[in-house]
Design a protein around this ligand. Structure first.
Ligand code: GLP
Length: 242
């Protein structure tokens, strides 16, 4: 990173441009997960800018979840979220077990008649009522995924009550899913979704479609999500046939 790489580029305050430059270095893989960032003082001296500017850029990147600060140890590139593919868990559980605080920005909560696609996915007869939940899902306020869940209305009699966890709401009525089928596919974010998630247009997304079922086999959820390709790893453990 050299001063000339960002000083004369773009608009806005210098710290914002430094922030963009550091992010680009991470996105390009020059700085990798868990790599340490040089100290504030070294960066300031090397770049010939004030420590306050460096501090502001670093603080903004910490707030974005790109960097993490470990007390007494320094500042590091934040690890990606790793998610096992074999356990059926909710977003809330996934983030809580990692010590992150799950959050949501609600975009839609509605009731309507199942579309043909939804009816097929949920094995419903046409005209059945479904509840729809569209949310931006965040971890420590960093946007992680855009998620659109569809549930038969009969399993979630009061959709307006769903506030935080959909699975907790289903559990209240004894309808927590027991099993799920999941499809993963590489996609690119469309511009609108990229903007909502705060990633550059055309960034890589992991599209995840989940259909989950009650123990008796009744479909309970049809959810389509776009996870940030730059923050999420899905891990599967595999065994040869016995
Ligand atoms: C994950 C799954 C979704 C599921 C959600 C429930 O994000 N991809 O299919 O609906 O978890 O999470 P929560 O209970 O936090 O709303």
């Amino acid at each position: 990173l050299r001063a000339r790489d960002f000083e004369n580029t773009g608009h806005g305050p210098l710290y914002r441009r430094l922030q963009t430059a550091i992010k680009a270095i991470i996105d390009d893989g020059i700085l990798k997960v868990e790599d340490a960032l040089p100290s504030e003082r070294d960066l300031a001296t090397e770049l010939g800018i004030s420590r306050v500017t460096v501090r502001n850029a670093v603080r903004a990147l910490v707030e974005d979840g790109v960097l993490i600060q470990r007390h007494g140890a320094g500042t590091f590139v934040a690890p990606r979220v790793e998610q096992a593919l074999s356990r059926l868990t909710s977003f809330t559980e996934d983030m809580t077990t990692r010590g992150m605080s799950p959050g949501a920005v609600w975009l839609e909560k509605s009731v309507g008649y199942a579309t043909p696609e939804e009816a097929m996915a949920l094995n419903l007869s046409p005209g059945t009522e479904v509840a729809r939940f569209r949310r931006l899902r965040t971890a420590n306020d960093k946007p992680m995924a855009l998620e659109f869940a569809v549930v038969p209305k009969q399993f979630i009699p009061h959709p307006e009550e769903v506030d935080k966890s959909l699975y907790d709401a289903l559990a209240k009525y004894g309808k927590k899913p027991d099993r799920a089928l999941q499809r993963l596919r590489a996609e690119l974010f469309d511009n609108e979704t990229a903007r909502a998630l705060g990633v550059p247009e055309g960034s890589a997304a992991l599209y995840i479609e989940r259909r989950s079922f009650l123990a008796n086999g009744t479909p309970v959820e049809f959810t389509r999500s776009h996870y940030r390709g730059d923050s999420y790893d899905f891990i599967a453990e595999m065994q040869v046939d016995a």
